[in-house]
Design a protein around this ligand. Structure first.
Ligand code: SF4
Length: 380
Protein backbone atom coordinates (compact mmCIF):
# COMPACT_ATOMS: atom_id res chain seq x y z
CA UNK A 1 0.00 0.00 0.00
CA UNK A 2 1.32 3.44 -0.85
CA UNK A 3 1.27 6.21 1.73
CA UNK A 4 -1.66 8.62 1.53
CA UNK A 5 -1.13 11.84 -0.34
CA UNK A 6 0.13 14.82 1.49
CA UNK A 7 -0.15 18.44 0.47
CA UNK A 8 3.59 18.63 -0.01
CA UNK A 9 3.58 15.68 -2.40
CA UNK A 10 1.19 17.08 -4.96
CA UNK A 11 1.96 20.59 -6.19
CA UNK A 12 4.22 19.35 -8.96
CA UNK A 13 2.50 16.50 -10.70
CA UNK A 14 4.40 16.02 -13.94
CA UNK A 15 2.67 14.96 -17.17
CA UNK A 16 4.82 11.82 -17.06
CA UNK A 17 3.50 10.94 -13.61
CA UNK A 18 -0.06 11.78 -14.61
CA UNK A 19 0.06 9.36 -17.52
CA UNK A 20 1.65 6.57 -15.48
CA UNK A 21 -1.00 4.09 -14.40
CA UNK A 22 1.00 3.09 -11.33
CA UNK A 23 1.30 6.72 -10.26
CA UNK A 24 -2.46 7.11 -10.65
CA UNK A 25 -3.12 3.90 -8.72
CA UNK A 26 -0.66 4.66 -5.93
CA UNK A 27 -1.75 8.26 -5.57
CA UNK A 28 -5.48 7.55 -5.45
CA UNK A 29 -7.22 9.83 -2.96
CA UNK A 30 -8.30 7.99 0.19
CA UNK A 31 -9.84 10.94 2.04
CA UNK A 32 -11.29 14.39 1.50
CA UNK A 33 -7.94 15.76 2.69
CA UNK A 34 -6.25 13.89 -0.15
CA UNK A 35 -8.69 15.42 -2.64
CA UNK A 36 -7.91 18.88 -1.32
CA UNK A 37 -4.20 18.19 -1.55
CA UNK A 38 -4.54 17.00 -5.13
CA UNK A 39 -6.80 19.82 -6.25
CA UNK A 40 -6.16 22.81 -3.99
CA UNK A 41 -9.07 25.29 -3.96
CA UNK A 42 -10.94 23.41 -6.64
CA UNK A 43 -13.69 21.57 -4.77
CA UNK A 44 -15.79 23.03 -1.95
CA UNK A 45 -15.70 20.22 0.59
CA UNK A 46 -16.78 21.87 3.84
CA UNK A 47 -20.45 20.80 3.67
CA UNK A 48 -19.58 17.26 2.69
CA UNK A 49 -16.94 17.03 5.41
CA UNK A 50 -19.50 18.16 7.98
CA UNK A 51 -22.19 15.78 6.76
CA UNK A 52 -19.83 12.78 6.78
CA UNK A 53 -18.42 13.57 10.23
CA UNK A 54 -19.51 11.01 12.76
CA UNK A 55 -20.88 8.59 10.17
CA UNK A 56 -19.35 5.16 10.28
CA UNK A 57 -19.31 4.30 6.57
CA UNK A 58 -17.65 0.94 6.07
CA UNK A 59 -16.81 1.41 2.41
CA UNK A 60 -13.77 3.62 2.05
CA UNK A 61 -13.01 6.32 -0.49
CA UNK A 62 -10.52 5.58 -3.18
CA UNK A 63 -10.37 7.49 -6.46
CA UNK A 64 -7.59 8.13 -8.95
CA UNK A 65 -6.56 11.74 -9.55
CA UNK A 66 -7.48 11.18 -13.21
CA UNK A 67 -11.05 10.18 -12.37
CA UNK A 68 -11.56 12.93 -9.79
CA UNK A 69 -10.33 15.43 -12.35
CA UNK A 70 -13.37 14.54 -14.49
CA UNK A 71 -15.76 15.81 -11.78
CA UNK A 72 -16.93 19.40 -12.11
CA UNK A 73 -18.18 19.99 -8.59
CA UNK A 74 -18.19 18.22 -5.24
CA UNK A 75 -21.87 17.42 -5.16
CA UNK A 76 -24.07 14.37 -5.57
CA UNK A 77 -25.66 15.95 -8.63
CA UNK A 78 -22.34 15.68 -10.46
CA UNK A 79 -22.52 12.12 -11.77
CA UNK A 80 -18.79 11.48 -11.75
CA UNK A 81 -18.39 12.82 -8.23
CA UNK A 82 -21.34 10.72 -7.10
CA UNK A 83 -19.82 7.59 -8.62
CA UNK A 84 -16.54 7.98 -6.74
CA UNK A 85 -16.96 9.88 -3.49
CA UNK A 86 -18.95 8.76 -0.42
CA UNK A 87 -22.27 10.43 0.26
CA UNK A 88 -23.89 10.69 3.70
CA UNK A 89 -26.84 8.91 2.07
CA UNK A 90 -24.77 5.70 2.19
CA UNK A 91 -25.56 5.57 5.90
CA UNK A 92 -29.16 4.63 5.07
CA UNK A 93 -29.56 0.84 5.06
CA UNK A 94 -32.76 -0.87 3.91
CA UNK A 95 -34.07 -4.32 4.88
CA UNK A 96 -33.91 -5.69 1.33
CA UNK A 97 -30.18 -5.02 0.96
CA UNK A 98 -27.72 -7.90 1.12
CA UNK A 99 -24.08 -8.17 2.04
CA UNK A 100 -23.56 -10.55 -0.92
CA UNK A 101 -26.31 -9.35 -3.29
CA UNK A 102 -25.82 -11.89 -6.07
CA UNK A 103 -24.64 -14.85 -4.04
CA UNK A 104 -20.99 -14.92 -5.15
CA UNK A 105 -19.96 -16.51 -1.89
CA UNK A 106 -22.65 -19.15 -1.44
CA UNK A 107 -20.86 -22.43 -0.70
CA UNK A 108 -22.61 -24.23 -3.56
CA UNK A 109 -20.98 -21.77 -5.99
CA UNK A 110 -17.50 -21.80 -4.43
CA UNK A 111 -15.85 -25.10 -5.36
CA UNK A 112 -12.43 -23.72 -4.33
CA UNK A 113 -11.25 -20.34 -3.01
CA UNK A 114 -10.97 -17.55 -5.63
CA UNK A 115 -13.61 -19.19 -7.87
CA UNK A 116 -17.36 -18.70 -8.31
CA UNK A 117 -19.22 -20.96 -10.69
CA UNK A 118 -22.91 -20.33 -11.34
CA UNK A 119 -23.15 -21.74 -14.85
CA UNK A 120 -21.91 -25.01 -16.26
CA UNK A 121 -19.70 -23.46 -18.95
CA UNK A 122 -18.27 -20.41 -17.15
CA UNK A 123 -16.45 -19.58 -13.93
CA UNK A 124 -15.28 -16.39 -12.28
CA UNK A 125 -11.70 -16.19 -11.06
CA UNK A 126 -10.77 -13.48 -8.52
CA UNK A 127 -7.02 -12.76 -8.69
CA UNK A 128 -7.24 -9.58 -6.56
CA UNK A 129 -9.58 -7.54 -4.39
CA UNK A 130 -7.93 -4.22 -5.24
CA UNK A 131 -9.37 -1.51 -7.50
CA UNK A 132 -8.09 1.92 -8.53
CA UNK A 133 -11.46 3.49 -7.66
CA UNK A 134 -14.01 2.31 -5.09
CA UNK A 135 -17.20 2.75 -7.10
CA UNK A 136 -19.96 3.72 -4.70
CA UNK A 137 -22.47 1.30 -6.24
CA UNK A 138 -20.12 -1.71 -6.35
CA UNK A 139 -21.88 -5.02 -5.72
CA UNK A 140 -18.66 -6.45 -4.29
CA UNK A 141 -17.90 -3.53 -2.01
CA UNK A 142 -17.76 -5.92 0.94
CA UNK A 143 -14.48 -7.19 -0.56
CA UNK A 144 -13.06 -4.32 -2.59
CA UNK A 145 -9.85 -2.83 -1.24
CA UNK A 146 -9.60 -5.32 1.62
CA UNK A 147 -6.25 -7.04 1.79
CA UNK A 148 -7.84 -9.86 3.84
CA UNK A 149 -10.03 -10.58 0.80
CA UNK A 150 -7.00 -11.14 -1.45
CA UNK A 151 -6.30 -14.70 -2.60
CA UNK A 152 -4.15 -16.50 -0.05
CA UNK A 153 -0.83 -18.12 -1.09
CA UNK A 154 -1.65 -21.16 -3.19
CA UNK A 155 -5.28 -20.15 -3.88
CA UNK A 156 -4.66 -19.23 -7.52
CA UNK A 157 -2.67 -22.44 -8.14
CA UNK A 158 -5.53 -24.45 -6.67
CA UNK A 159 -8.06 -22.46 -8.72
CA UNK A 160 -6.18 -23.16 -11.94
CA UNK A 161 -5.85 -26.85 -11.07
CA UNK A 162 -9.63 -26.91 -10.52
CA UNK A 163 -10.23 -25.19 -13.91
CA UNK A 164 -7.97 -27.78 -15.56
CA UNK A 165 -10.06 -30.55 -14.03
CA UNK A 166 -13.46 -29.11 -15.03
CA UNK A 167 -13.83 -30.13 -18.65
CA UNK A 168 -17.29 -28.55 -19.11
CA UNK A 169 -15.85 -25.06 -18.64
CA UNK A 170 -15.52 -23.01 -21.82
CA UNK A 171 -14.77 -19.53 -20.51
CA UNK A 172 -12.98 -18.11 -17.48
CA UNK A 173 -13.73 -14.55 -16.42
CA UNK A 174 -11.09 -12.66 -14.46
CA UNK A 175 -12.88 -10.31 -12.11
CA UNK A 176 -12.28 -8.89 -8.68
CA UNK A 177 -11.49 -6.35 -7.52
CA UNK A 178 -10.03 -5.21 -10.79
CA UNK A 179 -7.71 -7.71 -12.51
CA UNK A 180 -5.89 -4.91 -14.36
CA UNK A 181 -4.53 -3.60 -11.05
CA UNK A 182 -2.17 -6.60 -11.23
CA UNK A 183 1.23 -5.88 -12.69
CA UNK A 184 2.12 -7.10 -16.19
CA UNK A 185 4.20 -10.05 -15.00
CA UNK A 186 1.54 -11.54 -12.70
CA UNK A 187 -1.33 -10.87 -15.07
CA UNK A 188 0.63 -12.17 -18.04
CA UNK A 189 1.56 -15.38 -16.24
CA UNK A 190 -2.04 -15.98 -15.16
CA UNK A 191 -3.41 -15.41 -18.66
CA UNK A 192 -0.74 -17.64 -20.19
CA UNK A 193 -1.68 -20.50 -17.85
CA UNK A 194 -5.36 -20.14 -18.69
CA UNK A 195 -4.59 -19.82 -22.39
CA UNK A 196 -2.88 -23.20 -22.21
CA UNK A 197 -5.96 -25.08 -20.94
CA UNK A 198 -7.34 -26.96 -23.93
CA UNK A 199 -11.03 -27.16 -23.00
CA UNK A 200 -11.34 -23.39 -22.50
CA UNK A 201 -12.48 -21.62 -25.64
CA UNK A 202 -12.40 -18.00 -24.50
CA UNK A 203 -11.04 -15.70 -21.82
CA UNK A 204 -12.70 -12.61 -20.43
CA UNK A 205 -11.62 -9.76 -18.17
CA UNK A 206 -14.01 -7.52 -16.28
CA UNK A 207 -12.28 -4.23 -15.54
CA UNK A 208 -13.01 -0.58 -14.95
CA UNK A 209 -9.42 0.52 -15.64
CA UNK A 210 -10.13 1.97 -19.12
CA UNK A 211 -12.61 4.26 -17.33
CA UNK A 212 -10.82 5.18 -14.11
CA UNK A 213 -7.14 4.69 -15.02
CA UNK A 214 -6.91 4.36 -18.82
CA UNK A 215 -3.12 4.66 -18.75
CA UNK A 216 -3.12 1.02 -17.64
CA UNK A 217 -3.46 -0.05 -21.26
CA UNK A 218 0.23 0.22 -22.05
CA UNK A 219 1.95 -1.20 -25.12
CA UNK A 220 3.32 -3.98 -22.89
CA UNK A 221 -0.17 -4.94 -21.74
CA UNK A 222 -1.41 -4.85 -25.33
CA UNK A 223 1.43 -7.20 -26.33
CA UNK A 224 0.47 -9.63 -23.57
CA UNK A 225 -3.12 -9.65 -24.79
CA UNK A 226 -2.07 -9.96 -28.44
CA UNK A 227 0.06 -13.02 -27.63
CA UNK A 228 -2.92 -15.09 -26.44
CA UNK A 229 -4.22 -17.85 -28.66
CA UNK A 230 -7.75 -17.80 -27.32
CA UNK A 231 -10.19 -14.95 -28.01
CA UNK A 232 -10.04 -12.35 -25.25
CA UNK A 233 -13.03 -10.17 -24.42
CA UNK A 234 -12.58 -7.19 -22.16
CA UNK A 235 -15.80 -5.99 -20.55
CA UNK A 236 -15.42 -2.52 -19.21
CA UNK A 237 -17.78 -0.33 -17.22
CA UNK A 238 -18.64 3.13 -18.52
CA UNK A 239 -21.70 4.59 -16.81
CA UNK A 240 -21.74 8.12 -18.18
CA UNK A 241 -20.72 9.80 -21.43
CA UNK A 242 -18.30 12.12 -19.61
CA UNK A 243 -16.22 9.07 -18.77
CA UNK A 244 -15.56 8.47 -22.47
CA UNK A 245 -12.57 10.78 -22.62
CA UNK A 246 -9.77 10.95 -25.23
CA UNK A 247 -7.61 8.94 -22.81
CA UNK A 248 -10.27 6.24 -22.46
CA UNK A 249 -10.75 6.14 -26.22
CA UNK A 250 -7.00 5.75 -26.74
CA UNK A 251 -7.03 2.81 -24.30
CA UNK A 252 -9.83 1.15 -26.25
CA UNK A 253 -8.00 1.73 -29.53
CA UNK A 254 -4.90 0.00 -28.13
CA UNK A 255 -7.00 -2.92 -26.93
CA UNK A 256 -8.68 -3.33 -30.29
CA UNK A 257 -5.31 -3.22 -32.06
CA UNK A 258 -4.33 -6.14 -29.83
CA UNK A 259 -7.36 -8.06 -31.17
CA UNK A 260 -9.33 -7.68 -27.95
CA UNK A 261 -13.11 -7.46 -28.23
CA UNK A 262 -14.21 -4.52 -26.04
CA UNK A 263 -17.73 -4.57 -24.58
CA UNK A 264 -19.38 -2.36 -22.00
CA UNK A 265 -21.59 -3.07 -19.05
CA UNK A 266 -23.26 -0.20 -17.22
CA UNK A 267 -25.26 -0.16 -14.03
CA UNK A 268 -28.55 1.75 -14.11
CA UNK A 269 -28.10 4.41 -11.44
CA UNK A 270 -30.54 7.06 -10.25
CA UNK A 271 -29.47 10.58 -11.11
CA UNK A 272 -26.48 9.31 -13.05
CA UNK A 273 -27.71 7.51 -16.14
CA UNK A 274 -31.44 6.83 -15.71
CA UNK A 275 -32.53 9.51 -18.18
CA UNK A 276 -33.30 8.62 -21.80
CA UNK A 277 -31.19 11.40 -23.30
CA UNK A 278 -28.39 10.62 -20.89
CA UNK A 279 -28.39 6.96 -22.02
CA UNK A 280 -28.51 7.90 -25.69
CA UNK A 281 -25.53 10.20 -25.21
CA UNK A 282 -23.60 7.44 -23.43
CA UNK A 283 -24.44 4.81 -26.05
CA UNK A 284 -23.37 7.04 -28.95
CA UNK A 285 -20.18 7.95 -27.08
CA UNK A 286 -19.46 4.24 -26.75
CA UNK A 287 -20.10 3.84 -30.46
CA UNK A 288 -17.63 6.67 -31.18
CA UNK A 289 -15.06 4.86 -29.02
CA UNK A 290 -15.73 1.51 -30.77
CA UNK A 291 -17.01 -0.09 -27.57
CA UNK A 292 -20.00 -2.38 -27.99
CA UNK A 293 -22.77 -1.87 -25.41
CA UNK A 294 -23.54 -5.25 -23.90
CA UNK A 295 -25.44 -4.99 -20.61
CA UNK A 296 -27.33 -2.45 -18.55
CA UNK A 297 -27.58 -4.01 -15.12
CA UNK A 298 -30.40 -3.21 -12.77
CA UNK A 299 -28.57 -2.03 -9.65
CA UNK A 300 -28.11 -4.83 -7.14
CA UNK A 301 -29.37 -4.66 -3.56
CA UNK A 302 -26.06 -3.41 -2.20
CA UNK A 303 -26.06 -2.01 1.36
CA UNK A 304 -26.13 1.78 1.47
CA UNK A 305 -27.07 2.29 -2.19
CA UNK A 306 -30.82 2.94 -2.02
CA UNK A 307 -30.22 6.52 -3.22
CA UNK A 308 -28.60 5.12 -6.37
CA UNK A 309 -31.16 2.44 -7.19
CA UNK A 310 -34.08 2.93 -9.57
CA UNK A 311 -37.28 0.93 -9.89
CA UNK A 312 -37.47 -1.80 -12.50
CA UNK A 313 -40.31 0.24 -14.08
CA UNK A 314 -37.79 3.04 -14.66
CA UNK A 315 -35.44 0.63 -16.42
CA UNK A 316 -38.22 -0.83 -18.54
CA UNK A 317 -39.45 2.63 -19.52
CA UNK A 318 -35.91 3.51 -20.55
CA UNK A 319 -35.61 0.39 -22.68
CA UNK A 320 -38.92 1.18 -24.40
CA UNK A 321 -37.71 4.68 -25.20
CA UNK A 322 -34.38 3.46 -26.56
CA UNK A 323 -35.94 0.84 -28.84
CA UNK A 324 -36.62 2.43 -32.21
CA UNK A 325 -34.61 5.55 -31.44
CA UNK A 326 -31.15 3.97 -31.55
CA UNK A 327 -29.63 1.31 -33.81
CA UNK A 328 -30.34 -2.08 -32.30
CA UNK A 329 -26.62 -2.87 -31.99
CA UNK A 330 -26.22 0.08 -29.62
CA UNK A 331 -28.97 -1.03 -27.25
CA UNK A 332 -27.66 -3.05 -24.30
CA UNK A 333 -29.60 -5.85 -22.69
CA UNK A 334 -31.32 -4.80 -19.47
CA UNK A 335 -30.40 -7.52 -16.96
CA UNK A 336 -31.33 -8.39 -13.41
CA UNK A 337 -29.11 -10.58 -11.26
CA UNK A 338 -31.55 -12.69 -9.27
CA UNK A 339 -30.60 -12.44 -5.56
CA UNK A 340 -29.48 -15.69 -4.00
CA UNK A 341 -26.95 -16.66 -6.64
CA UNK A 342 -29.45 -17.77 -9.28
CA UNK A 343 -27.85 -15.88 -12.17
CA UNK A 344 -28.88 -13.14 -14.58
CA UNK A 345 -32.19 -12.76 -16.41
CA UNK A 346 -33.42 -10.26 -19.00
CA UNK A 347 -35.49 -7.56 -17.24
CA UNK A 348 -36.72 -5.95 -20.44
CA UNK A 349 -40.36 -5.06 -21.11
CA UNK A 350 -42.43 -7.69 -22.90
CA UNK A 351 -42.81 -6.63 -26.53
CA UNK A 352 -44.62 -9.83 -27.46
CA UNK A 353 -47.50 -11.01 -25.25
CA UNK A 354 -49.26 -14.35 -25.74
CA UNK A 355 -52.98 -14.64 -24.89
CA UNK A 356 -55.17 -17.66 -25.71
CA UNK A 357 -52.94 -18.87 -28.51
CA UNK A 358 -52.38 -15.50 -30.18
CA UNK A 359 -49.56 -13.05 -29.81
CA UNK A 360 -49.85 -9.30 -29.60
CA UNK A 361 -46.69 -7.51 -30.76
CA UNK A 362 -45.98 -4.01 -29.51
CA UNK A 363 -43.96 -1.97 -31.98
CA UNK A 364 -41.48 0.71 -30.87
CA UNK A 365 -44.05 3.37 -31.91
CA UNK A 366 -46.62 1.80 -29.56
CA UNK A 367 -48.71 0.13 -32.29
CA UNK A 368 -50.24 -3.18 -31.16
CA UNK A 369 -50.48 -5.84 -33.87
CA UNK A 370 -51.69 -9.45 -33.77
CA UNK A 371 -49.11 -12.03 -34.73
CA UNK A 372 -49.89 -15.69 -35.45
CA UNK A 373 -48.75 -18.21 -32.88
CA UNK A 374 -48.40 -20.98 -35.46
CA UNK A 375 -48.62 -21.41 -39.26
CA UNK A 376 -52.13 -22.01 -40.63
CA UNK A 377 -52.98 -25.69 -41.13
CA UNK A 378 -51.76 -27.00 -44.52
CA UNK A 379 -54.00 -28.50 -47.20
CA UNK A 380 -52.80 -31.98 -46.73
S1 SF4 B 1 -13.95 -1.36 -10.42
FE1 SF4 B 1 -15.57 -2.93 -10.37
S2 SF4 B 1 -15.05 -4.25 -8.61
FE2 SF4 B 1 -13.86 -2.32 -8.40
S3 SF4 B 1 -15.12 -0.99 -7.11
FE3 SF4 B 1 -15.63 -0.50 -9.23
S4 SF4 B 1 -17.42 -1.80 -9.72
FE4 SF4 B 1 -16.43 -2.65 -7.87
Amino acid sequence: MSPPLTASSTPSITPTDWRDWRWQHNHAARSLDDIEALFPQRFALADLRASLAGLDLEYSLRATPYYLDLARRARDDDPLWALAVPSPREARLTPDERHDPIGDELPQHRPVPAITRRYVDRALLYPTSLCSVHCRHCFRKRLVGRTDAMPQPGDLDRAIAWIESEHALREVILTGGDPLTLGDARLGELLERLDGIDHLRALRIHTRMPVVNPFRVTSTLAEIFASLRKPLTLVTHFNHAREVTPEARAAVTNLRRADVDVLNQSVLLAGINDGVENQRTLLWALSDARVRPYALHHADLVPGTSHLRTTIATGQHLMRELRGTLPGHLIPRYLLDVPGGHGKIPAEPAWLVEHEGEYTAEAPDGTLSPYPASPPPGDG
